[in-house]
Design a protein around this ligand. Structure first.
Ligand SMILES: Nc1ncnc2c1ncn2[C@@H]1O[C@H](COP(=O)(O)OP(=O)(O)OP(=O)(O)O)[C@@H](O)[C@H]1O
Ligand SMILES: [Mg+2]
Length: 365
């Protein structure tokens, strides 16, 4: 291993260890020494089984990353240094690329302290908000839909009776606007159809989204794929998941094209995740699906309100795309979150891998 590469690691604020392909700890940076309360000279050169009392999850994360040659995240890794209380950490294991500066056949393991309570509290807020959104949409659509039919019908009758052709312009406006509102109301009500769940492959969902976007934004954007092809199937509603991911990905494509971002690129990525708490329930396995773009980012004045109905930053936007996406994802017991800054916006869908169909999609509220 080269000294330059290692001293780079030592400057990081993130706790990082290097583990070779025989599960021997080969390096530990100062941040990891602090977090794990270990001294590097005492543990480097020892197998992870000697250093950590319960190393099963770490060992299986290492095995998974090596076998599939892609990074793997464990959201709640319980790990104990022999003789000390157990720590709960989030960890990401990434295989070291051959020929890299580390010159080691092994993996980089990053540990992060999970502020689990904070994260769960935030997810609960999002969940409550999504239930409130659904309620608001249903009431709003119901209130508007009924009189709308009457207004349109009356305008149509009036249109036939009018003798002065110049007045038709006004009745046409009424009818056109009533039609536009009708279409909006149909979109507002669409999330309430019952899910039709079946076993499905998330990559097929993403491939559909990719082909729709390529057809719509031909040559204006690049779509990259970074799939973990070993992911298991999930139990869900194909059409709803396509619609949810399409709404997110279409926003990204619109943001890229409307801002004329040079080399506008969307990356569709899938990864395995474990020990995740979603919708107040704990799952052993989940699938992390992310859609990242290099566009201008979500306007700061919109921020967290993106998921609210009718919130839009675009001239012709109806502000329903993300509300609908979040509803569909939460009907699958999953979460939809985002991080955004100019140059990088990433929406992440976490979907549980249900062991049995009964624990999969629930009926809508
Ligand atoms: N990837 C992104 N980059 C920049 N802004 C985004 C991105 N995704 C969403 N937004 C912002 O969030 C707003 C809300 O998105 P949402 O999909 O809910 O509504 P919309 O796109 O305006 O309308 P609709 O999808 O109903 O046609 C967008 O108008 C846009 O301003
Ligand atoms: Mg949209």
């Amino acid at each position: 291993m080269t000294a330059a590469a290692l001293s780079g690691l030592d400057l990081l604020a993130t706790a990082v260890i290097l583990v070779d392909d025989s599960d021997v700890l080969r390096h530990m940076n100062p941040a990891a020494e602090n977090l794990l309360e270990l001294s590097s000279p005492h543990v480097v050169g020892h197998g992870i089984a000697d250093v950590f009392a319960d190393h099963d999850l770490l060992a299986s994360a290492l095995r998974y990353a090596r076998k599939n040659n892609c990074s793997f995240s464990e959201h709640d890794l319980a790990i104990a240094v022999t003789g000390r209380p157990r720590l709960h950490l989030a960890c990401t294991v990434t295989p070291i690329e051959p020929g890299s500066a580390f010159d080691l056949e092994g993996c980089i393991v990053e540990f992060r302290q999970i502020e689990q309570q904070l994260r769960i509290a935030r997810e609960e807020r999002v969940l409550d908000q999504s239930v409130a959104n659904r309620e608001l949409m249903r009431n709003l659509a119901h209130e508007i839909k009924n009189p709308l039919g009457g207004i349109r019908g009356a305008a149509q009758l009036l249109d036939r009776e009018l003798e002065n052709p110049a007045l038709h312009e006004y009745t046409q406006v009424i009818m056109k606007e009533a039609d536009r509102l009708q279409a909006l109301m149909s979109r507002l009500l669409s999330p309430h159809r019952s899910p039709r769940p079946a076993h499905l492959n998330v990559h097929e969902v993403l491939e559909r989204v990719r082909s729709v976007l390529l057809a719509e934004f031909h040559k204006k954007i690049t779509i990259k794929r970074d799939y973990d092809v070993s992911l298991p199937q999930i139990y869900g509603d194909n059409e709803q998941l396509i619609q949810a991911t399409l709404n997110v990905a279409r926003n990204a494509a619109q943001a890229l094209t409307e801002s004329n971002t040079p080399d506008g690129t969307i990356t569709l990525k899938t990864r395995a995740a474990r020990q995740v708490t979603l919708a107040r329930k704990r799952y052993r396995h989940a699938i992390e699906l992310s859609i990242t773009d290099n566009g201008p980012g979500i306007p700061p004045e919109i921020g967290e309100r993106v998921f609210y109905p009718l919130v839009s930053g675009r001239d012709n936007g109806s502000g329903l795309g993300l509300t609908i996406a979040q509803n569909f994802v939460s009907q699958h017991n999953g979460t939809l979150t985002f991080e955004s800054a100019p140059g990088k916006t990433c929406f992440t869908v976490l979907l549980p891998v249900a062991e049995a169909p009964e624990s999969g999609v629930q009926g809508h509220a």
